[in-house]
Design a binder for this molecule. Structure first.
Ligand code: GDP
Length: 451
């Protein structure tokens, strides 16, 4: 996510570190570097110009001159400006006073609208809402079927009066505007409080598609029109966004495919040129690869200040309360941490999704990105296989695991004895650490994953 931009900016700031005072030449050199980094990341030229101008002005101003650490002050300024470019404050969905709240999705074909409908549906359902997805994309041959599948996986209702097709040859016939209108009526009748309308997109902006989207908007008076844009789209982003703004007057932006190694800068420009905030980020093909977009946290991630808040939220979303309570009690009672507990914690971590994705949100992640890129998710599988090859007794009484047992465990799990040894060592350390923390009244962490 914005990796190269992040690398470039952090490298720029590194050059400033240790400078007591910044001369105008220092500031100019820094601003020049920032400008290049943004342009290379595909951020639109007018946005770059405005951005760097305000950085320069502030960097030469009193707040930096008076600062104890001018370099840090500049990072702070860039952070604030970046946050503004991304839309400022976090913008949440505006719900209708009288349900259902209608959310319309618009964007080019392949932007990720249908996938987003499922993600958004699942996310809203988890908050106690009862969303209905409406299949008003009758353009793309398999869009209706795809929405039905996505709805099923998300566990939310789908309104699709026209049969979907999985063949490229035929397209479902019917009037998408009527489908959208009927979808809202259906939601009202069946007491859904949210309607998410999936609309057709084209490979490029065209008048017919835009007219259809505008008609759907007029027919359903949505509370939110979300413009979904593929972060990989490059310099076309700005023109596409402006066309959709004129065509459907969207109220928020969704950046999709932020998981790719897109330079992503064009997506950064969209909020700035349209004046509409980024509301959500899509970060993968899975239904949970989705998050509320916080401009301040994203700015922090780009500047490698980490995004611990998002990390915690993600953990909370998937954390099993009963399991956490069980661990906490064990901990309070100063019971031994066993391989059984270890296994249970691994399951929790797995539920949080990709380990790599989580590590990337840690402060300083950009500095060790290469190691993280090489992080092998299968390492977790290997560790789990080792633990599963232990007998139940070995798992609770790890002290008995001697040389011959280790050899057996290694054979059983298809790893080398030295890998088993490494895990045993890490485990013993973790156990010791837990004991120490228990005495000191600390909180249990995620032992075993260290190292
Ligand atoms: P639509 O034409 O706008 O409805 O786009 P789709 O929802 O069909 O998405 C197009 C393709 O992009 C599909 O293969 C999706 O699985 C994929 N996709 C959607 N969102 C993301 C994302 O955030 N990350 C990645 N990597 N792929 C995505």
């Amino acid at each position: 996510m914005f990796n190269s931009l992040s690398d470039r900016l952090t490298a720029t700031f590194k050059n400033l570190r240790g400078k007591g005072r910044l001369s105008e030449a220092d500031v100019d050199a820094t601003v020049r570097e920032i400008r290049r980094a943004l342009l290379d990341a595909d951020v639109a030229v007018p946005v770059v110009r405005e951005f760097t101008a305000s950085i320069r002005e502030r960097a030469l101003g009193a707040e930096v001159a008076a600062a104890l650490n001018p370099a840090q002050q500049i990072v702070k300024i860039v952070n604030e400006e970046l946050k503004d470019v991304l839309g400022g404050a976090t913008r949440r969905i505006r719900f209708a006073k009288h349900p259902p709240t209608v959310i319309m999705l618009a964007g080019l074909q392949g932007a990720g609208k249908t996938t987003l409908a499922g993600k958004l549906g699942k996310w809203l359902a988890a908050q106690g809402h009862k969303p209905l997805l409406v299949a008003a994309d009758l353009q793309r041959p398999n869009a209706v079927t795809q929405l039905q599948i996505v709805g099923q996986r998300a566990g939310v209702g789908v309104y699709a009066p026209h049969p979907g097709t999985t063949s490229d040859a035929d397209v479902p016939t019917g009037d998408p505007v009527q489908v959208a209108r009927d979808g809202v009526t259906e939601a009202r009748n069946k007491l859904h409080d949210i309607v998410i309308i999936d609309t057709a997109g084209r490979l490029g902006v065209d008048a017919e598609m835009m007219a259809q989207a505008a008609d759907i908007r007029a027919a359903t008076s949505p509370d939110e029109v979300l413009f979904v844009i593929d972060a990989m789209i490059g310099q076309d982003a700005v023109n596409t966004a402006l066309a959709f703004q004129e065509g459907v007057a969207f109220t928020g932006v969704v950046l999709s495919k932020l998981d790719g190694d897109a330079r992503g800068g064009a997506a950064l420009s969209v909020a700035s040129v349209t004046g509409q905030p980024v509301m959500f980020a899509s970060t993968g093909e899975g239904l949970d690869d989705f998050e509320l977009f916080h401009p301040d946290r994203m700015a922090g991630r780009i500047l490698d200040m980490g995004d611990v808040l998002s990390l915690i939220e993600q953990a909370e979303r998937s954390w099993d309360k009963a399991e956490a309570d069980r661990m906490a009690k064990k901990f309070a009672d100063q019971e031994d941490f066993t391989f059984e507990d270890f296994l249970a914690q691994m399951q929790q971590i797995r539920k949080m999704g990709s380990m790599k994705k989580m590590l990337m949100m840690m402060p300083g992640a950009a500095g060790i990105r290469e190691q993280l890129e090489n992080f092998d998710e299968r390492e977790i599988d290997r560790v789990e296989a080792i633990v599963r090859s232990m007998t139940p007794h070995e798992r609770v009484a790890s002290k008995i695991i001697n040389g011959s047992r280790r050899a057996r465990i290694a054979r059983g799990s298809g790893v080398t004895v030295s890998e088993v040894n490494q895990l045993m060592e890490r485990f013993t350390q973790a156990q010791k650490m837990m004991k120490q923390m228990a005495r000191g009244g600390g909180v249990p962490g995620m032992p075993g994953m260290a190292g």
